[in-house]
Design a protein around this ligand. Sequence first.
Ligand code: 13P
Length: 333
Amino acid sequence: MSGAELAKTAQALVVDGKGILAADESAPTIKKRFDSIDIPSTEENRRDYRTMLFTTPGGAKHVSGVILFDETIRQNAADGTPLVRILRDAGIIPGIKVDAGAKPLAGHPDETVTEGLDGLRDRLKEYAKLGARFTKWRAVYRIGDTIPSPACVLANAHALARYASLCQEAGLVPIVEPEVLMDGDHDIDACDEVTEEVLQSVFAELAAQDVLLEGILLKPNMVISGADCPKQADVNEVAWRTVRCLRRTVPAAVPGIVFLSGGQNDEVATLHLNAMNKLSETRPWKLSFSYGRALQAAPLKAWGGKTGNVKAGQAAFLERAKANSAATLGKYA
Ligand code: 13P
């Protein structure tokens, strides 16, 4: 696939007023989500829950793409229709999470490096055949007194760049996701500094691996206060600091930046995105969303695992999707 085609897919994912639904929870994570509504994580429940989200009437007006998990990209709805076909028929681009998870980084307690490069070329070929057009790989950085270490920052950036290069070779648009966690009592200054350092390192490694910047999307955290920090920065401060950090680090060739929600309350995640898109600073890239929890918390609760609640779950999903779609245009009220 040519660079122009990769760029076209990347642009389609951040077309005006649309963003991405991250529905790629691994088996342990979806179990945690289902625990919260007291239902078992069976294959059937996972299928029905995700079918509900993907068949939401009007969803494609606000959602450009969905990130799937390995099980889901191979799964059929109860009526036998492949979930990938449901998405494609709705005009939604299917994507796939391809990393193998964050594993302890040798010699560095409390830090992780994301694994999954071994055999990735062959897995990408298979995912492309199954209908995926983009991918995701998540690196994780924890803030502490002496972390993230330079070793953690470099190892994760290098892996992200190797991943991105393999994806582009396979004709798939890589979403490059370096997530600085909001866990901890650090202030917004600490998040700002670490996020800037991480992004600098990621783009240095992407350049070193000759990754085509026009054919990727960046999925970063926002610059926010630690969840347990006594002083919580307000919406405007999060917005201007995040945009300042991104302007300092993300080349203009990158078509879009799609934020993760990272455990923010769903309404707050929308307000943050909206405030960023209202700033007067020039932004060479689109600012949109690739939310998991901030799009799914409400529909998960409304559904509660009951067939009779599918309409209520879809209404709750549509409401969050619509709100975030407006926020990509700075028009959320
Ligand atoms: P959250 O929005 O819940 O952080 O999930 C996004 C995601 O895909 C994390 O990898």
